[in-house]
Ligand binder design. Structure first.
Ligand code: DLL
Length: 437
């Protein structure tokens, strides 16, 4: 597939000076609209003594307060809508793991902008209207299914709304319909690769060329596994319900960072503890301001996702800034005996070993007021041996690697293949029993 074409050439290759001018223009319009139409925003700005006219440059964005998930909950369900109710044509919701769900509302133009951004992502993966796109993200309130679907249809590709689940049928569809592009979570992609082998097929029985995987953290090593298992090139797609759903950002064929569509979003990176904006290139929490959204614009929304911006021009020609693969979320970060631990660090260690399957679960417990971390790891079929000593050695080796990377002692429990539950959507990697107490 040709990855050198663009869906929206003018926008995707727009010189940075023009792109910044466009951002400022759209930012000013957005601020004026939310100030006039959304009392919650107006109050927030007035509390700070700010009016939309005070924002004269992109740097002035810093004058505005942050918005957090808490604000979205406080204004649940419709308090941040910035258009008359009759203009909202769809809502999506994010369940989250804690607290009340949040609702996002979209106008017809928003749905169209979203589909346009998603079409850009698909073309960035080499798809065109001859592509056959299987959407195996869940359809419904979750944005994955309908989001990917909208882009594939806009592109004119043959769109297969498989949704998630029913894994054997998924494989049959992939094979029988000659699907070229698969959209699903990376953990489900891995599960599909496993199921493919179990059904007696190989990647040669499929016609897959590209995969559009996101909605949960994953690592470079996991990408390599998926690519080998399904015989495709795997792209990382990012998004969140509050902003748009999939297609806020995606990797191009250079596979070195995700292009954030900057004609629709302004990205900042802040220190999650102090809220201070960090210089370009430093790692911190991603903050997004939407500048091309009518239904529910978000100003300086704290995503809780940890990444850094890559300002250098990309070889693919697109001028939109990139962000690095997400390192985790501020609220995913486990603090165990004072040490910060991200599930992605554990995944990297396991996959580097070459001996553990990428199926694992992290269990955190508190015994006698001390936190303990246990990593349950599935061994691969070929490693599963009756030789108890061999298994013991493997367990010790993994434990030593984890100890040194994490900087804390942990326990390793090796479990038999296929004993850790597979997920058809977002994988549940962490069981924090401390929170359950
Ligand atoms: O997960 C939207 C989406 C659907 C993105 C399909 C990509 C593909 P939410 O359910 O609201 O929306 O969850 C958003 O998921 O803040 C990140 O923490 C995480 N996330 C999304 N994409 C990625 C990714 C959708 N590529 C939250 N890598 C975000 C790592 C991701 N984490």
């Amino acid at each position: 597939m040709d990855t050198q074409t663009y869906w929206n050439r003018e926008t995707e290759l727009m010189p940075r000076g023009r792109l910044k001018a466009l951002q400022l223009d759209r930012l000013k319009t957005t601020l004026r609209r939310v100030y006039d139409n959304v009392p919650y925003y107006r109050d927030m700005m007035r509390e700070r003594g700010i009016e939309p006219g005070d924002v004269k440059s992109l740097e002035d964005l810093r004058l505005l307060p942050f918005l957090t998930k808490r604000d979205l909950r406080d204004t649940y369900p419709f308090g941040l809508f910035a258009v008359p109710f009759e203009d909202i044509v769809r809502v999506h919701a994010s369940s989250g793991t804690t607290g009340k769900q949040i609702i996002a509302g979209y106008t017809r133009r928003d749905i169209d902008t979203w589909a346009d951004c998603m079409a850009r992502c698909l073309v960035m993966m080499g798809a065109d209207k001859n592509a056959r796109v299987q959407v195996s993200y869940g359809y419904g309130l979750f944005t994955g299914g309908l989001g990917a679907h909208g882009g594939a249809e806009k592109l004119g590709a043959m769109t297969i709304p498989a949704s998630s689940g029913n894994t054997q049928r998924q494989i049959n569809l992939l094979k029988d319909l000659g699907v070229t592009v698969l959209c699903c979570t990376p953990s489900y992609a891995l599960y599909l690769a496993e199921a493919l082998a179990e059904m007696g097929y190989t990647k040669a029985d499929l016609s897959l060329k590209a995969g559009c995987f996101g909605a949960e953290p994953w690592t470079e090593k996991m990408r390599v596994r998926i690519e080998a298992g399904l015989g495709l090139k795997a792209y990382d797609i990012y998004g969140l319900t509050e902003i748009m759903g999939p297609s806020v950002a995606q990797t191009c064929s250079c596979q070195n960072g995700l292009h954030i569509w900057e004609d629709c979003n302004i990205a900042e990176i802040i220190d999650p503890d102090t809220g201070e904006v960090l210089p370009e290139g430093q790692t911190g929490e991603l903050v997004i301001t939407t500048i091309n959204k009518d239904g529910m614009p978000l100003i300086r929304y704290r995503t809780r996702d940890i990444t850094r911006l890559i300002p250098e021009q990309c070889e693919c020609g697109r001028t939109h800034i990139r962000m690095s693969r997400l390192e985790g979320r501020t609220d995913d970060m486990l603090i165990i005996r004072g040490v910060n631990v991200f599930p992605s660090q554990i995944e990297t260690v396991l996959l580097s070993s070459g001996e553990a399957a990428p199926h694992y679960q992290i269990i955190v417990e508190r015994v006698n007021n001390t936190d303990s971390l246990t990593v349950e790891i599935e061994v691969s079929e070929k490693m599963l041996s009756d030789d108890v000593r061999g298994m013991e050695e493997l367990g010790n080796k993994l434990r030593r690697s984890l100890d040194s990377v994490l900087g804390l002692t942990c326990k390793v429990r090796l479990v038999e293949p296929k004993t850790i539950a597979r997920s058809e959507g977002k994988a549940k990697r962490v069981i924090d029993k401390r929170k359950l107490d």
